[in-house]
Write a protein that binds this ligand. Structure first.
Ligand code: HEM
Ligand SMILES: *[C@@H]1O[C@H](CO)[C@@H](O)[C@H](O)[C@H]1NC(C)=O
Ligand SMILES: *[C@@H]1O[C@H](CO)[C@@H](O)[C@H](O)[C@H]1NC(C)=O
Length: 324
């Protein structure tokens, strides 16, 4: 091949590389979506999450979970943020979300600041994607590039939320299938579950496990039973416990060490280390914090690319709680 042709092909490859990389990591999204339209958006979001996490460290965990619950229900489209109205029943009061998902006022406050800087430009879905990334990083976890350009849904579905979000009693086969339905591999699922290294859970979500499961560390079960009595239906249903008993406010790999010691808080957590296909990976993450951090970041980028609305689809909401 002539040298000029080789140079020309190389130039094409170099010019196309970012787009090809974008295509794998972010689908139709891009890293530069707001660089002209709202150059300060990333700084505004980061500062908003930082102040919320400084006021209450758990909020970092809550925002991360909100993003997961947005993406798994008809894609990362800000649908979880829509309030119910008299004519509309959205996702906030679906089983996995009601009295559970929190942080809406943090997103509202960030959105107000973003609107003040760049009116009617940045979607609520993108704000949530950036906020989840910053939340992980502020708690000591990895960071990653957030591909942008998601638009906001015009609707939300309570029944889709009930159908698409895994519950704490799920088996490994169910978890693999539910993540597979979203284009995520078993490895992505096991890495993303490491989010349970931060945050809190209500007694109602782990009561069955601490009283009825056999594959649980007895010391750990009795510790949790002290604040989560066996009788369901009372005020204790809402009693909180850290999901990672070792370092509940640090985004580290202790979750996997817990699983190896049969100290997973949810039945679904312990399914990842119970003699099945994910045992070897749990062991690796437990012994290699860097590997977990890198895999978690990659899996978050893939989760963030689930079925976005782009181009002329949806809208950029002015208020994250309601359609324009
Ligand atoms: C693998 C399937 C999953 C199941 C069955 C599951 C289930 C749960 C449950 C039952 C809670 C406690 C909710 C409550 O008590 O109100 C919880 C909390 C949490 N989940 Fe998951 N989850 C899963 C995956 C994920 C993923 C993929 C992420 C994020 C990438 C995530 C992040 C969180 C966080 C951070 C909390 C604590 C939230 C807070 O303190 O406000 N979870 N999860
Ligand atoms: C922001 O933009 C929307 C839509 O273009 C407009 O209705 C609204 O008045 C604007 N708000 C401010 C404060 O400029
Ligand atoms: C149970 O967990 C505790 C820490 O909470 C640990 O000291 C103990 O060795 C564990 N027991 C077993 C049998 O793994």
């Amino acid at each position: 091949m002539a040298a000029a042709t080789v140079r020309c092909l190389l130039t094409i490859a170099v010019v196309l590389a970012p787009f090809l990389a974008g295509a794998t990591a972010g689908g139709p999204l891009s890293t530069s979506f707001y660089s002209k339209k709202c150059p300060n958006v990333q700084g505004i979001v980061r500062a908003g999450v930082a102040s919320a996490v400084a006021a209450e460290r758990r909020m970092g965990a809550s925002i991360l979970r909100m993003f997961f619950h947005d993406c798994f229900v008809n894609g990362c489209d800000g649908s979880i943020l829509l309030d119910d109205t008299s004519t509309f029943t959205g996702e906030k009061n679906a089983g996995p979300n009601a009295n559970s998902v929190r942080g809406f006022e943090v997103i509202d406050a960030i959105k107000a600041q973003v609107e003040a800087a760049c009116n009617a430009t940045v979607s609520c879905a993108d704000i949530l994607a950036l906020a989840a990334r910053d939340a992980v990083n502020l708690l000591g976890g990895p960071t990653w590039t957030v591909y942008l350009g998601r638009r906001d849904a015009l609707t939300a579905s309570q029944s889709d939320a009930n159908a698409n979000l895994p519950g704490p009693g799920s088996s490994l086969a169910t978890l693999v299938a539910m993540f597979g339905n979203k284009g995520l591999s078993p490895r992505d699922m096991t890495a993303l579950s490491g989010a349970h290294t931060v945050g809190q859970a209500r007694c109602a979500t782990f009561r069955d496990r601490i009283y009825n499961d056999a594959n649980i560390n007895a010391t750990f079960a009795s510790l949790r039973q002290q604040t989560c009595p066996q009788a369901a239906g009372g005020a204790s249903d809402a009693a909180l416990a850290p999901i990672d008993a070792q370092t509940p406010e640090a985004f580290d790999n202790a979750y996997y060490t817990n699983l190896m010691g049969k100290r997973g808080l949810f039945h679904s957590d312990q399914e990842l280390f119970n003699g099945g296909s994910q045992d070897a990976l749990v062991k690796k993450y437990s012994g290699n914090a860097g590997m977990f951090a890198a895999d978690f970041a990659k899996a978050m980028m893939r989760m963030g690319a689930i079925s976005p609305l782009t181009g002329a689809q949806g809208e950029v909401r002015l208020n994250c709680r309601k359609v324009n």
